[in-house]
Structures are given as structure tokens and as C-alpha cells.
Design a protein around this ligand. Structure first.
Ligand SMILES: CC(C)(COP(=O)(O)OP(=O)(O)OC[C@H]1O[C@@H](n2cnc3c(N)ncnc32)[C@H](O)[C@@H]1OP(=O)(O)O)[C@@H](O)C(=O)NCCC(=O)NCCS
Length: 235
């Protein structure tokens, strides 16, 4: 099992272009476990207005309570069984988290019974935050699982950039280490996404639409599943 304990720089070479755009350096590191709550807050802010979460948690106050619990549960699991990357802006050794990406390795999804057991306290927090959303959330989870591909793949569970740091290349840089890892191992990558804009963004990163217009909740917004074929690693 892997624990996300140390803030090791993953692709420390920030391009001049991205530096100039961001106005200040952004480093991508493996998320240190002690910054999990902060990372969950970044993701909660990133997804607050996302149509999928508006559908799952229509009441904005319940959404504000449920999203950090949901993202925290997801990140805690991924810290143990996958990879979680964080984009950090500012002073080395500390700095502000401005984006997070979590991946599960081949075979890491769906969660084993033991991991589901470990996620129970998190699920209880989500239930307490938004009890009325729970049946819809359960159905969403079951439908997501049903469409996962039958080949070994890295699953991009989540990527989000703080609304104030978007369009600066942070999201792209956050995905680089995961994509490179998959390419080196010759593995596909897979994700679900919820907006056409995101589909275009992921296309730019080498993903292709697998299924379009799928519904994970009755009457909810349409989703896309996307898959990325491994690229030959550069010599
Ligand atoms: C999607 C997301 C992670 C992209 O992160 P980002 O740091 O803004 O992305 P980048 O700066 O690396 O790339 C942005 C570029 O892609 C384009 N783009 C296409 N779709 C985009 C989108 N959905 N969001 C932001 N930029 C998008 C922009 O025009 C920009 O191009 P430019 O640099 O030539 O202007 C971020 O917008 C986000 O957190 N969105 C909310 C959460 C979400 O939907 N996550 C994905 C869930 S599947």
C-alpha cells in the first residue's frame, strides 16, 4: 500500500511559458497526507457549480457541506491505493494548494470490500451533510461502475483547479505525471466528465470519447466517458 506522505516534486521543471502565465511558479507534488483536508476544500470549490454536483446536491448549503466530505473520502482512499497530485503555488515547503488530481491504478476500481469498509466514516459524513441526496448518490455510483472498461487502465477519479487559478496551465500540469506513468507502463487512462468544455480539454490531452450522452442519474445532466490510448514514451 502506498501512503501519500511526502511532498516530492513530480515534474519540477515549470516551463517559462507556464510561469509567465501563472505569474508565479506552480509545482506539482504528491499530496502530503497532512494536507488532505485542504485538498478536499480545493476540490469542493472547484466542483461547487459543476452540473453533476448541482444535480446530486441541489441545495447549495448541503452541497457546501457534502462536497468536502465526498472529496475527502475519495482522496483518503486514493492516497492509500493510487496517486494524488497537488499543484502548489508559492513558497517551497508550504505554499497554497491550487489544484488536485487523483488516480487509481489498474484494478483499483471498483473499491474492494476492505476499502469500502475504510470509506464508511467518510460516507457517514456525506450522509450527515446531505441525507436526501444519498439514494441519488448511490445510484450515481452504481451507474458509473457499470460503464468502466474491461481492460487495465488508470482511472482519473478527479481533477480540479481552484476557480481563481484556472486557464494558467495548472490542470494540464497536474495530469502530466499520471499520463506519463500510464504511457510508460503501456496502460490506458479512463475518466467520466460532465461538460462539453471539459471534453474538449481532455481531447487536447489525448483522450477520446468512449460514450457520449450517458445518464448516471434519472433526469440528471448527460455525461461522457473518455479513454486514452497509451502513447509511446519519448526515447
Ligand atoms: C477542467 C480544469 C481542471 C482545467 O484546469 P485549468 O488549470 O483551467 O486548465 P489549463 O489551464 O491547463 O488548460 C486550460 C486551457 O484549456 C482550455 N479549456 C478547455 N476546456 C476548459 C475547461 N473546461 N476549463 C478550463 N479551460 C479549458 C482553455 O481555453 C485553456 O486554453 P488556453 O490556455 O489556450 O487559454 C478546471 O477548469 C476545473 O477545475 N474545472 C472544474 C472542475 C472540473 O470540471 N474538473 C474536471 C472534471 S472531469
Amino acid at each position: 500500500m502506498r501512503m501519500g506522505g511526502k511532498a516530492e516534486a513530480v515534474n519540477a521543471g515549470v516551463s517559462d511559458d507556464s510561469r509567465a502565465k501563472a505569474g508565479t511558479a506552480v509545482r506539482v507534488v504528491e499530496l502530503p497526507g497532512e494536507r488532505l483536508a485542504e485538498a478536499a476544500s480545493v476540490l469542493a470549490r472547484a466542483f461547487h457549480n459543476n452540473p453533476n454536483f448541482v444535480d446530486l446536491f441541489p441545495d447549495p448549503r448541503a452541497r457546501s457541506r457534502a462536497l468536502p466530505a465526498l472529496q475527502g473520502t475519495c482522496l483518503r482512499d486514493a492516497l492509500g491505493f493510487g496517486r494524488v497530485y497537488a499543484a502548489v503555488r508559492g513558497a517551497s515547503g508550504g505554499g497554497e494548494l491550487v489544484g488536485v488530481a487523483a488516480w487509481l491504478p489498474p484494478g483499483g476500481f471498483p473499491l474492494s470490500p476492505m476499502r469500502q469498509l475504510r470509506a464508511l466514516p467518510g460516507m457517514a459524513r456525506i450522509l450527515a451533510a446531505a441525507p436526501r441526496s444519498f439514494p441519488r448518490l448511490a445510484r450515481f455510483g452504481a451507474n458509473v461502475t457499470r460503464l468502466h472498461p474491461a481492460l487495465p487502465y488508470w482511472y482519473l477519479e478527479v481533477v480540479g483547479v481552484d476557480p481563481g487559478a484556472r486557464g494558467l496551465g495548472v490542470g494540464t500540469r497536474l495530469l502530466e505525471p499520471g499520463l506519463t506513468r500510464a504511457d510508460e507502463a503501456g496502460h490506458h487512462c479512463y475518466l467520466e466528465t460532465m461538460t462539453e468544455r471539459n471534453v474538449a480539454w481532455y481531447r487536447g490531452l489525448g483522450f477520446e470519447v468512449d460514450r457520449a450522452g450517458v445518464f448516471f442519474t434519472p433526469g440528471g445532466p448527460p455525461k461522457w466517458t473518455m479513454i486514452r490510448t497509451p502513447r509511446q514514451p519519448r526515447p
